[in-house]
Each structure stands twice: as structure tokens, then as C-alpha cells.
Ligand binder design. Sequence first.
Ligand code: ADP
Ligand code: ADP
Length: 223
Amino acid sequence: MIQLHHVHLSYPGESTALSDVSLRISKGDFVFLTGPSGAGKSTLLKLLYADLKPTRGQVLIDGQNLAMLSKSQIPYLRRSIGVVFQDYKLLPTRTVLENVAITLEVLGWGKREIGQKVYQVLKRMGIADKVNAYPPRLSGGEQQRVALARALVNDPKILIADEPTGNLDDANKEEILSIFKEANVRGTTVVVATHDRRVIENSHRRVIRLEKGHVVEVVDEQK
Ligand code: ADP
Ligand code: ADP
């Protein structure tokens, strides 16, 4: 489903962020991307949702070379990919309902269907009671659940997360991780960048380690 073939990425005027990265992530996989700060994790994730194009090499999703997508096709790709960031990126002046509804509004859903679907996903995330709250009033863990709800509300094929547990305490980390696992069980392919060793060790999933833009280690799922 996700393939990288000899991918290189250099930022303009900067040194290389990714160097000859090849990997394959199958449909239904749950993969951690790890490595020290500056290793290239965020850059690799940005390639997957076509926020960046590789300098050389190819990124394919379902056989589609992302470099071949026109500007107008990129939104279609992104509809099948949910993205979650460490700093949540929620709209502070919109309610939780409005923040999550955005994903469905762009798909042309009707108001009533949106309300029902958003309520369902908030329930799954354990924050149905926050539907009318504004994000700045919520705890970090709650804000991350809203971000997850927004990413998962349309059952994306792929869920991408960049340091999703970075600002959370241990109890919240566990719960956020169990939401990722549940999404994976429902069929979503999950790719999580993290340098949190405990999160990785406790979950027994496949781990791809980057250092200085190279894949230096791949550890397969331990059951
Ligand atoms: P990680 O997510 O593992 O911390 P990044 O992908 O953010 O690593 O960064 C990889 C390298 O690319 C680092 O050296 C970083 O400074 C550089 N980099 C990241 N984003 C940019 C950018 N927008 N412009 C220039 N250099 C960047
Ligand atoms: P992370 O470690 O999660 O990748 P960073 O602090 O490296 O976060 O990056 C935060 C933002 O700054 C990203 O959008 C990244 O692209 C950008 N960035 C990172 N390094 C550089 C850099 N050397 N020059 C310009 N932008 C950068």
C-alpha cells in the first residue's frame, strides 16, 4: 500500500534530510518510525501526505506515484489519509464539533449525518461530553483525542501521526495508543513517528529506525 523507492529529500539550500530510503508498509500494518530528533521522521511523513515531493526516488500509495498527482488531485489523496500532530492543530475559535465536522463538510456530508457521525467518533474517543467545548479549554489529552477524532471520523485508509504522545502523561499515552490500535483493528494502516521508547516497547509493533536520513534498522512485529 505504501512504498518508498530510493527516496532522497533535500530542503532547498540545506543538507539532505532523507537519503536512499526504501521501504514497504502493507495494508493493515501498524508501524513506528523512530530515531533521534532531526533523523527525518517528520520529513518522511510529509512525503506520505504529499506535503513534500522527493528530490529523487518515488513514493507510491496504492501503486499511485504521488509525484504524478496534480495539485487538484492532492485533496483527494488527503481524504483517505488522517493526520495527527503533536501540537494538535485544532482551530481555537471553533467548537470540538466544528473542528471534527470539517473533515466531513469537505466531503459534502449533510448537517444531520455530520452531527451523528461526529458524536459517534467522539464517543469512541471518550470525549462525547466535550462536543460544544472550545479546544483551549481542554486538557492536552482531550485535545489530542479531538485531533484523533478529526483524523478518524471518515475511516481513513491511512492514519499518520507525528509525535502524538509527546505532550502527554503516561495514562494518556496508553489511551491514545489504544485508540491507534483500535483504528488499526478496523482496517486503517497506521504510521506513527515517535522517539518515545516506552510507547514502542510496550506495543510490539514493527519499528523502522531512521538516523541522519537513513533507515538503519527495521525490527519486525513481536507477537
Ligand atoms: P525528525 O522529524 O526526525 O526530527 P525532520 O524530518 O524534522 O526530523 O528533519 C530532518 C532534517 O531536515 C533536519 O536536519 C531538519 O533540520 C531538516 N529540516 C526539516 N524541515 C526543514 C525545512 N522545512 N527546511 C529546512 N530543513 C528542514
Ligand atoms: P519535529 O522534530 O517534530 O520534526 P521540528 O521542530 O524539527 O519538529 O520542526 C518543526 C517545523 O519546523 C516543521 O514544520 C519543520 O519542517 C520545520 N523545520 C525543521 N527544521 C527546519 C530547518 N532547519 N529550517 C527550516 N524549517 C525547519
